[in-house]
Design a protein around this ligand. Structure first.
Ligand SMILES: NC(=O)c1ccc[n+]([C@@H]2O[C@H](COP(=O)([O-])OP(=O)(O)OC[C@H]3O[C@@H](n4cnc5c(N)ncnc54)[C@H](O)[C@@H]3O)[C@@H](O)[C@H]2O)c1
Length: 254
């Protein structure tokens, strides 16, 4: 079960955190993995890990917010069966704490970046008779999280984008779903704690862990396992759905 043998998968942001775990697991299951990364060194590390385990992976240094760069990567990569729109960036702030530049930055990566990869992937998937897309949303698209104005907006857009694509490409045998993680312990989390809560890192880490009723943050490998299922042939009946993976965050926080 859950074999990705003979599949080619593009994973954005595969150099770190959740994207890295997805890249490693998909390669382990037999996929040829194509990583689109801003950070070439990070991508190289993931590729080294994959190749060390006998897998196959290629890295492309590109900024997903730049359409030309993304189109160029897909041209180089060739046939693609799976797209995981994972790369994303954070911003902490309520509406008044969000400048126009902050909003544009979040929009350009989290929304336009996902659109750019979809725009590049769909024609090839149609021509090949189908494909699978998985977009990384967040529990911030489900519930109001304090001080996450721009980030929540962007993840709501990712969730709605997934529904639109799922609907429009049903007849093309393209499935499209999203995952909504609560806090997952990755460099993304460490980075925004360090940037926004300097000197209070341990206290905030503890608080963020406890905000999941299960009492801890998720692990990138746990998100990767759900991603594998949704991108495998075993999930052939699933499209147009969002899957929270949240330690009870959405339904049990009362
Ligand atoms: N970690 C969490 O708690 C959490 C929770 C919910 C959702 N998410 C989402 O999961 C995804 C991955 O998060 P993570 O925690 O693994 O992040 P991370 O910061 O550890 O990794 C993200 C990777 O994306 C790359 N990237 C960023 N901007 C890019 C760009 N413009 N072009 C190409 N690559 C780019 C970075 O270089 C980095 O390697 C994000 O979309 C994030 O919003 C994370």
């Amino acid at each position: 079960m859950f074999s990705l043998k003979n599949k080619h998968a593009v994973i954005t942001g595969g150099g770190s955190g959740i994207g890295r775990a997805i890249s490693v697991l998909f390669a382990k299951q037999g996929a040829t993995v194509h990583i689109i990364e801003l950070n070439a060194d990070a991508a190289a590390q993931t590729i080294k890990e994959i190749e060390g385990a006998g897998g196959t992976a290629f890295g492309y240094t590109a900024d997903i917010s730049k359409q030309e760069q993304v189109l160029d990567v897909f041209k180089q990569a060739g046939r693609i069966d799976i797209l995981v729109n994972n790369a994303g960036i954070a911003h902490v702030g309520n509406l008044e704490g969000t400048t126009e530049a902050d909003l544009d930055r979040i929009y350009n990566v989290n929304i336009k970046g996902a659109y750019n990869a979809l725009y590049a992937a769909i024609p090839g998937m149609k021509a090949n008779g189908g494909g699978v897309i998985l977009n990384m949303a967040s529990i911030a698209a489900w519930v109001g999280i304090a001080d996450r104005f721009a980030y929540s907006m962007s993840k709501g857009a990712v969730m709605a984008m997934s529904l639109s694509v799922a609907r429009d490409y049903l007849a093309d045998n393209i499935r499209c779903n999203s995952i909504s993680p609560a806090r997952v312990h990755t460099p993304f989390v460490d980075g925004f704690i360090a940037k926004n809560y300097t000197g209070r890192e341990d206290e905030i880490f503890e608080k963020l862990s406890k905000s999941q009723p299960i009492g801890r943050m998720g692990k990138p490998e746990e998100v990767a396992a759900l991603a594998l299922y949704l991108c495998s042939d075993e999930a052939g009946f699933i499209t147009g759905c969002d899957y929270p993976i949240d330690g009870g965050f959405i339904k049990l926080n009362n």
